[in-house]
Structure formats: structure tokens, C-alpha cells
Unconditional design. Structure first.
Length: 372
């Protein structure tokens, strides 16, 4: 498959408008929606042909194995969640916190990596230590100082604010040396860059498929290293998270599955399989190279002096400095161009996928030049 062939299967896209907001939402190909709809129909209409619980549980395991392959993990280290936010919140609620425990996060985090710690500060007395950054970069020495006595460290693999790639393996190594639990928000990674959680060596990685994998909302996933899973006690427990739900005792599943609860439809995750198929059919190297070429075109057109993101390629997320980001987004929308403004830094973010086109990039360049 080629990027243009995949684009042709996305009904939301056309040749008159420009959709450049994949960092928020990747509109799904028809094959993704069809797979989810077909599963729902079979599950709901085929009760005389197959046990609906058996059908659902079989789908859970098929999806789990495929996501594990995507992340270079083992299936027992993958839990199916609703979203990245859901995964981060489940980890936050599974640790036995004490007053004075330190959580370190960067100032680059999405609210998904901010709100759980605020709640713990209010309810438990956890200390939140926010590492200040510059230009979407983390200073390693400052990071080491911040995490020296931390209980948990949370940071993003690709920042949603600047599109910069943080050195995940290096930062995890520093945090591991300090004895901190490492939690990575990786939602901007799968589908546009390779992900290898084994190399990252983090304790937990939360992500979802509704952005660069072009999946449906609700197809989240959570990696948990089997070595730390036994020390985590999920705040919510259900029959999918224990070994024998009908037995006299109580024992969690040995790995990440302990974070799964009960009766949820696998439909969004079944659809995600089609998104993963499409990405792998094109090839992640081809996707990354295509995104690099298109973002280079955007940056040259806008001019380095107007970029908040780095001039050199790091990801498909490019943030541009404009005087009034919110009004700029509205004016571009009136011209059929979809981008988004950011709460911080104060700018407009353009998200370019491999299925984006040169025409779309040129359209947003022309529109942004009028705002600069």
C-alpha cells in the first residue's frame, strides 16, 4: 500500500480542503470503520452462532497480541484501555502513595499527564515537581536533579507542544538509577515513528490508536513491564483482571491484564487492527520519511523565524508562532484548513501525516503567511 492509496480510503479527506490535525484526531479509513461495525453486527446478531462472551474475549486476545507486536512487547504486558488518559490514570491509581511522595513531570505534558498528579496532591499530599524546559527540550542534568528522590516520573516520548522527540531511553535510565517508577505518554508515537518499549525500558507506556494509527476513539492501550506489574494494585477490579473470577480466592492476572475490568466492546480495538495493518503495509520507515519531507516543505514555507518547533525534522507536529492562535485557527477553518491552537506555547500546531499532500501543505503555508 502507498500513502496515497490509504488516503483514498479515508472518506473525511478530499481534494478541496486540508486536514492537518492528526496530532489530535486521525480520521479513520473506511476499512477501520467497517471492521468495527462488522464486529458489532456479528456480536449482537449472531448469538445463536457463537457465545458473545467467547467472541469478545477472543477479540481481546487477538488485539492484545497485535498491539504487543507493534510495541515490541509480550502480550501479557499489554492492557486494552479507552485512551492514553485512561492508561495514565490507571497507573496513578494503582500505586500505594504516601504524603510527601514526589512526582516529577515536565512542563510539556498534556493534561493526561498533569491531572492525575494534581488529584493526588489534593487527596494524598503528593508533591508535584514540574521540570521547566526550553524549546521542547529536557536538560539531562536538571532532569537528574529533579528525579533524585522521586517516586514516579512522567514524560512524553514526543511532545504535543513542540513535536520534539525526547530521549526516552536516556531519561528512563536516569530515573531508573534514582529508583523512580517511569511512565511514558507515547500517544504521538505509534503510526509515525517506530516504538520499542523493550529498548525504552520504562515501567509503563500509555498510548492510543485514534491519532497516527487512524483508529477509532476508544482504542487505547497500556504497556506495563511484567517486573513491576505485581507491585501495582488497580483501583478498579473486575473479572477480566483476575485469574479465576469464580474461585474462592482473589488473584490478579500476572501482567498488564490486571488493569482490565469487565464487559466492554472490543469494536474500536478491532477497527484499530485495520489501522495497524495499513501502517505496516506502507512501512513505518516510508511513513516517517514521507512526514519528514512534508514537514520540511511546511517549515521552509513558513520560515524558521516563525517556528516554535525545531527547523530540523523530529515529528509530524509543527508549531508556528502567530499573534492570535485561536483567531487564526478560525480563519483557516473558514478556508477549509483544519489545524489547532495550543494553550501553551501560544501558537498554531500543524500535524502532518504521511497521507497528507503537498497541496495541503502549500495551502496552510499560504494561509499562515497572511497571519505572520
Amino acid at each position: 500500500m502507498t500513502p496515497s492509496e490509504l488516503r483514498a480510503d479515508v472518506p473525511a479527506l478530499d481534494e478541496e480542503r486540508a486536514y492537518l490535525n492528526y496530532g489530535a484526531h486521525g480520521p479513520s479509513p473506511e476499512r477501520v470503520v467497517d471492521a468495527a461495525a462488522e464486529f458489532i453486527a456479528d456480536h449482537e446478531y449472531g448469538v445463536f452462532d457463537e457465545d458473545p462472551y467467547g467472541r469478545a474475549f477472543g477479540a481481546y486476545e487477538t488485539v492484545r497480541e497485535r498491539i504487543a507486536d507493534l510495541l515490541e512487547a509480550d502480550p501479557e504486558e499489554v492492557a486494552l484501555t479507552e485512551s492514553t488518559t485512561d492508561g495514565i490514570a490507571r497507573i496513578a491509581a494503582a500505586i500505594d502513595w504516601e504524603p510527601g511522595d514526589v512526582v516529577v513531570r515536565t512542563d510539556l505534558e498534556h493534561p493526561a499527564g498533569v491531572l492525575p498528579w494534581r488529584r493526588l496532591r489534593e487527596e494524598v499530599g503528593v508533591e508535584i515537581r514540574v521540570l521547566e524546559t526550553e524549546g521542547g527540550r529536557v536538560d539531562r542534568d536538571a532532569f537528574a536533579d529533579a528525579v533524585a528522590d522521586a517516586r514516579l516520573v512522567c514524560f512524553s516520548a514526543i511532545t504535543w507542544t513542540h513535536g520534539t522527540r525526547l530521549p526516552v531511553e536516556d531519561l528512563v535510565g536516569i530515573a531508573n538509577d534514582a529508583g523512580a517508577f517511569t511512565l511514558v505518554d507515547a500517544v504521538q508515537s505509534p503510526g509515525q515513528v517506530p516504538v520499542d518499549v523493550d529498548e525504552w525500558d520504562a515501567d509503563a507506556v500509555a498510548a492510543a490508536g485514534h491519532k497516527w494509527l487512524l483508529g477509532l476513539w476508544g482504542a487505547g492501550f497500556l504497556y506495563v513491564d511484567r517486573a513491576v506489574a505485581t507491585d501495582l494494585s488497580p483501583a478498579t477490579t473486575g473479572y477480566r483482571g483476575v485469574r479465576d473470577p469464580n474461585g474462592p480466592g482473589f488473584e490478579y492476572e500476572p501482567g498488564a491484564k490486571r488493569f482490565e475490568v469487565g464487559t466492554t466492546t472490543p469494536a474500536a480495538h478491532v477497527g484499530l487492527l485495520e489501522g495497524i495493518d495499513a501502517v505496516e503495509s506502507i512501512g513505518i520507515e516510508t511513513i516517517e520519511s514521507r512526514i519528514e519531507g512534508l514537514t520540511d516543505r511546511l517549515k521552509r514555507g513558513v520560515g524558521e523565524e516563525h517556528l516554535i518547533s525545531p527547523m530540523s525534522f523530529e515529528s509530524g507536529l509543527v508549531t508556528v508562532d502567530v499573534a492570535d492562535p485561536e483567531a487564526t485557527v478560525e480563519r483557516l477553518a473558514d478556508r477549509g484548513i483544519v489545524v489547532r491552537d495550543l494553550p501553551h506555547p501560544d501558537g498554531v500546531r500543524v500535524s502532518i501525516h504521511a497521507i497528507s499532500t503537498e497541496r495541503e501543505v502549500d495551502a496552510v503555508v499560504d494561509a499562515l503567511r497572511e497571519e505572520l
